[in-house]
Design a protein around this ligand. Structure first.
Ligand code: GLN
Length: 230
């Protein structure tokens, strides 16, 4: 296409290392979000370019109009609804507390004076920040999920806050998991696809229409089963 021509290709951001939703496998980007977007785009006949980036840049990038949309295990929160529009929800999730596999911590009530590891800009970070003063805890920020988990493995932090399905996928796919979830989920928040608030209604409508189609066709269930099981 020539200079100045209007491209029909959407620029869609995603996270970098967020299995089972988006991650690299044999040099290819895979995961529930990746395959779901692919199936929806096919069903609705739109094209897009995937832009993997650190999670903390995604919502600001959508707000600044540098991105048309994003799918990155993004929790639907009232705070974010002030700056982005969400699609219909496509996956149930929530934040869990993660500690070393041999930890004696049993849940949130044991967090007095502990050190929290969180990933910048996430719902897990927001939750940790909300209980920080109550427990007199310390907080350390990371750019991605693997470095956050590593902080707990190495003992630099006592616990980290990550979405339950992401934590569980990691532990289930490891032979000797060094970490575990402690206690119950502390929040319950589904995921949605996002666009800039008030700015991209047609992409949102295509996502919602496509989501309904791939649910009806069984493709949605097949994608979930492939990564998580039934
Ligand atoms: N679900 C969390 C959030 O929306 C984390 C998403 C992510 O790290 N990709 O903040």
């Amino acid at each position: 296409t020539g200079c100045g021509s209007k491209s029909e290709k959407y620029m869609i951001a995603t996270d970098v290392t967020y299995a089972p939703f988006e991650f690299e496998q044999n040099g290819k980007y895979v995961g529930i979000d990746i395959e779901l977007l692919e199936a929806i785009a096919k069903a609705e006949g739109f094209t897009y370019e995937l832009k993997p980036m650190d999670f903390s840049g995604i919502i600001p990038g959508v707000q600044a109009n540098q991105l048309d949309g994003a799918i990155a295990g993004i929790s639907i929160t009232d705070e974010r609804k002030k700056s982005v529009d969400y699609s219909n929800e496509y996956f149930d999730s929530g934040v869990a507390i993660v500690a070393k596999a041999d930890s004696t911590l049993t849940g949130e009530s044991d967090l007095q004076g502990k050190t929290f590891a969180v990933k910048k800009g996430t719902a897990g970070a927001a939750y940790a920040e909300s209980i920080l003063a109550k427990y007199g805890a310390k907080i350390i920020y990371f750019n991605d999920t693997p470095s956050m988990f590593q902080a707990v493995t190495s003992g630099n932090a006592d616990v980290c806050f990550e979405d339950y399905p992401v934590a569980m996928y990691k532990f289930k796919t490891e032979t000797n998991p060094e970490l575990k979830v402690i206690g119950d989920k502390v929040t319950s928040t589904p995921y949605g696809f996002i666009v800039k608030k008030g700015a991209n209604a047609e992409l949102l409508a295509k996502f919602n229409a496509g989501l309904a189609k791939v649910k009806a066709s069984g493709e949605y269930d097949a994608i979930i089963a492939k990564y998580i099981g039934k």
